[in-house]
Ligand binder design. Structure first.
Ligand code: NDP
Ligand code: 2IT
Length: 444
């Protein structure tokens, strides 16, 4: 058995009941075969793959808080510090009832290579809790966030580990967490990113993941002789990533006709109205059923279904494993030319293979959604120099980073005889820098 297969087997054996982590490891290691084959003896002697699939440490803790009825609730908190060979651990905090260790590990593992691709000095980590912010009052969210940081503060810091937002964690939660960190640690430092603009946040961070997704998609199309203007786009999700992906797609002359949440989806033939979506999701924190009240010509459908809408470009921006093989088949049948992942691992492995085999341009999440964490790293830079850059400055840097990521993954794919396979290219390009740093730093 080859080294790659041995390590995949080892991961499954050592981490049972963590299917999302297995999936993420498989995707990365399968892509690395040509690099591993060319360096097998050295990598084996150094146990490089065994080390890269084992987190530096996993922190799991109790998060007790009091709800509005005076009842004590108990959630589980996690922080997986996966790899800090190129910089402090960096990655978001997911607050969703589905959160478990395997999900945080898959996200932390992806983050290592994503962060490497940004070209910025950030290592990989991820955290979160099975707390569900939906339907909770501001006071309950504050109670949870305060308790969460009262434990997590011991393990994070501007030069150690810098968490940020992810599903269920936005500006409100980051603010509450920053306040508690400051109170108990007594330092005013860039320990979290995605902060409010009045206390160390960066302009463009809110928009960054969605905007970055479109900058990379635009470059991918351009380099394949295509123009994004005039294209019909379907988007899933209606959260932070989806909203700003839709906004930038419209600015670039494309038309986005769908958005979704975990209950259903909307089709708006005139193009999704971003201001309406922001009002419903960012201000009212309501369900997507509200959309048709503002836009009577639009349609609301229960359940899933955005991938059945005819489109040129599909942008999954909700969650993992939301685009299945059957969806990929419909997309291909409907003439879809490109899929770019705004979410982390939204496309299953068999769906990805099907899209690639059928000539669909496919930008994997660790490249396509890297704009969020890249702008977080720009927030860290601004915090370190105690200055704030303008919107235009940050946006220009973000765009350049996304264009560079596209070319780095495209070139890496070509170097290993996999021209146009950006999954292989992104994994190899992300891995090379981390591997070089790990080997240079001895055995740890
Ligand atoms: P939000 O919480 O702002 O929005 C998440 C959206 O996805 C909501 O519309 C939500 O619907 C939907 N969703 C979440 N879980 C599920 C589920 N299990 N089934 C169906 N729909 C679901 O999160 P973000 O927009 O920040 O994150 C979206 C994705 O992008 C995630 O995969 C995240 O890891 C990834 N990402 C986020 C970055 C960021 O900067 N925020 C950066 C890079 C990647 P509902 O409201 O009904 O739950
Ligand atoms: O998946 C991700 O890259 C994020 N949720 C953003 C992480 C960050 O540190 O900004």
């Amino acid at each position: 058995m080859g080294y790659v297969d041995e390590v995949i087997e080892l991961v499954i054996k050592k981490n049972p009941a963590e299917p999302e982590f297995h999936q993420a490891v498989k995707e990365v290691l399968e892509s690395l075969r040509p690099v591993v084959d060319a360096n097998e003896e050295k990598f084996r002697r150094e146990a490089l793959l065994e080390r890269i699939v084992e987190p530096d440490r996993q922190i799991k803790f109790r998060v007790p808080w009091v709800d509005d009825k005076g009842q004590v609730q108990v959630n589980t908190g996690y922080r997986v510090q996966f790899n800090n060979s190129i910089g402090p651990y960096k990655g978001g905090l997911r607050l969703h009832p589905s959160v478990n260790l395997g999900i945080i590990k898959f996200l932390g593992f992806e983050q290592i290579f994503k962060n490497s691709l940004t070209g910025l000095p950030i290592g990989g980590g991820k955290g979160g809790s099975d707390f569900d912010p939906k339907g909770k009052s501001d006071r309950e969210v504050l109670a949870f966030c305060t308790s969460f940081i009262t434990e997590l503060y011991k393990y994070i810091g501007a030069d150690v580990d810098v968490p940020a937002g992810d599903i269920g964690t936005g500006a409100r939660e980051i603010g509450y967490m920053f306040g508690q960190f400051k109170k108990i640690k007594g330092t005013y430092e860039g320990v979290l990113t995605g902060k409010g603009l009045t206390y160390g946040g960066s302009l463009v961070r809110t928009e960054a993941t969605g905007y970055g997704l479109l900058y990379l998609t635009e470059e991918m199309l351009k380099c394949n002789g295509l123009d994004i203007a005039g294209k019909t786009v379907v988007v899933s999700g209606s959260g932070n990533v989806a909203i700003y992906a839709i906004q930038k797609a419209h600015q670039l002359g494309a038309k986005v006709v769908t958005a979704s949440d975990s209950n259903g989806w909307v089709y708006d033939a005139d193009g999704i109205d971003v201001e309406t979506l922001k009002e419903i999701k960012e201000v009212k924190r309501a369900r997507l059923t509200e959309y048709v009240k503002y836009r009577p010509k639009a349609e609301y459908h229960e359940g899933r279904g955005v991938w059945n809408v005819k489109c040129d470009i599909a942008l999954p921006c909700a969650t993992q494993n939301e685009l299945l093989l059957e969806d990929a088949k419909v997309l291909v049948e409907n003439g879809c030319i490109a899929v770019a992942e705004g979410a982390n691992m939204p496309t299953t492995l068999d769906a990805t293979e099907y899209l690639l085999a059928n000539g669909v341009l496919f930008a994997p999440g660790k490249a396509a959604n890297a704009g969020g964490v890249a702008t977080s790293a720009l927030e860290m830079s601004q915090n370190s120099e105690r200055l704030s850059w303008t919107f235009e400055e940050v946006d220009a840097k973000l765009k350049q980073i996304m264009v560079n990521i596209f070319h780095n993954m495209s070139n890496a794919a070509e170097r290993y005889n996999a021209k146009g396979n950006y999954v292989v290219g992104a994994n190899i390009a992300g891995f090379e820098k981390v591997a070089t740093a790990m080997i240079a730093q001895g055995i740890w």
